[in-house]
Design a protein around this ligand. Structure first.
Ligand code: ZN
Length: 334
């Protein structure tokens, strides 16, 4: 029963990292958690691949290097689609059309607003290259916002801006204007709450879990979840073990796919099914027994079905809610 639901559902994973530099031919089976053969095998139909840049020095050279890398990665991700078996998608309509055509969907996003430097025009460049969202920070504060996990090696204190900087506020306004989704995973609670207040459009945490179940700085507490609901936003529960269950005496988290669905259940009970989605953070630290790579994606649908979610609910969790959010954000642009 869950197999048929899984086969029919537009399964979208909203956060997957890529190797950089990436081998030019990404169509073969690889040692990565996600490649196209594993997506086919696991029934994972759509993936947001990430143009990620680590937080580094915030001088002109550091900003330029990050900007160059983010742009090159976005251009590269587009080349993973051939327009036949794999469609590059930058809107919800394109995503749904790819699914209708039986093609895999390739989407892209930028992780770490640091790659913008102080040049707001880069946001429009990224959107024009097809990026659907920008994660405001990674680990370490940047010129836009404070991060949930500061980087003391870069001179970070606990807080730098007290949330968003003036530049960060300008970036949010520009993202609303051009229809680039604001991602608050990795952002400090102060940054996240201010972004939710300021943004005209709904915001999303593309790869975070629930702090009430696992007290990790990358997770969202109940106040943050409630704020997401109030603003029409989404939390995309992710398959990263340390966000799901605290480590045991051996330093390893015992989290499995059942723990992931515990977080889904918690978020659904707290803020409603319409505000919850799914992601893996594969190839960026994600992967748990039961959903260790894209080839095992059907196991997550099976666990959701076992917990009582039907076809409609499973569609909303896997992509229906995110498609609605894409349409809201892109429809409010301009
Ligand atoms: Zn991340």
């Amino acid at each position: 029963m869950s197999e048929a639901i899984h086969a029919a559902t537009l399964t979208l994973d909203t956060h997957v990292d890529i190797r950089w530099p990436d081998p030019p031919d990404a169509t073969q089976e690889t040692d990565r958690c996600v490649d196209f053969p594993k997506m086919q095998r696991g029934g994972l139909k759509a993936v947001v691949f990430i143009a990620y840049t680590p937080q580094g020095p915030r001088d002109a050279a550091g900003h330029q290097a990050a900007a160059d890398r983010a742009e090159a990665m976005l251009r590269h991700i587009r080349t993973r689609a051939d327009g036949v078996a794999r469609h590059f998608c930058a809107t919800a309509d394109q995503l749904e059309a790819a699914h209708q055509a039986g093609a895999l969907a390739v989407l892209s996003a930028v992780e770490n607003g640091n790659a913008m430097g102080r040049d707001l025009a880069r946001l429009k460049l990224w959107r024009d290259l097809g990026a659907i969202y920008l994660t405001l920070t990674h680990d370490g504060h940047n010129d836009l916002a404070d991060a949930a996990r500061p980087k003391p090696a870069l001179g970070d204190g606990t807080a730098e801006h007290g949330g968003l900087s003036d530049l960060g506020r300008q970036a949010l306004a520009e993202m609303n204007r051009i229809g680039l989704i604001i991602d608050v995973s990795h952002a400090a609670k102060s940054s996240m709450m201010q972004a939710a207040e300021l943004s005209r459009a709904p915001i999303v945490a593309t790869h975070s879990c629930c702090r009430a179940l696992c007290d990790h700085p990358r997770n969202l507490d109940d106040e943050q979840l409630d704020m997401l609901r109030a603003k029409g936003g989404l939390v995309q529960i992710t398959a990263l073990d340390a966000f799901l269950r605290p480590p045991g005496a051996d330093g390893k988290s015992p989290a499995t796919v059942a723990d992931m669905v515990d977080h889904v259940d918690y978020a659904v009970r707290r803020i409603g099914l319409d505000h919850v989605g799914l992601s893996s953070d594969f190839d960026g630290g994600g992967g748990i027994p039961g959903w260790a790579n894209a080839g095992e994606t059907a196991n997550l649908t099976a666990e959701l079905h076992r917990r009582g979610y039907g076809a409609r609910e499973i569609d909303l969790l896997w992509s229906g809610n995110f498609r609605r959010l894409m349409r809201r954000v892109q429809g409010m642009a301009g």
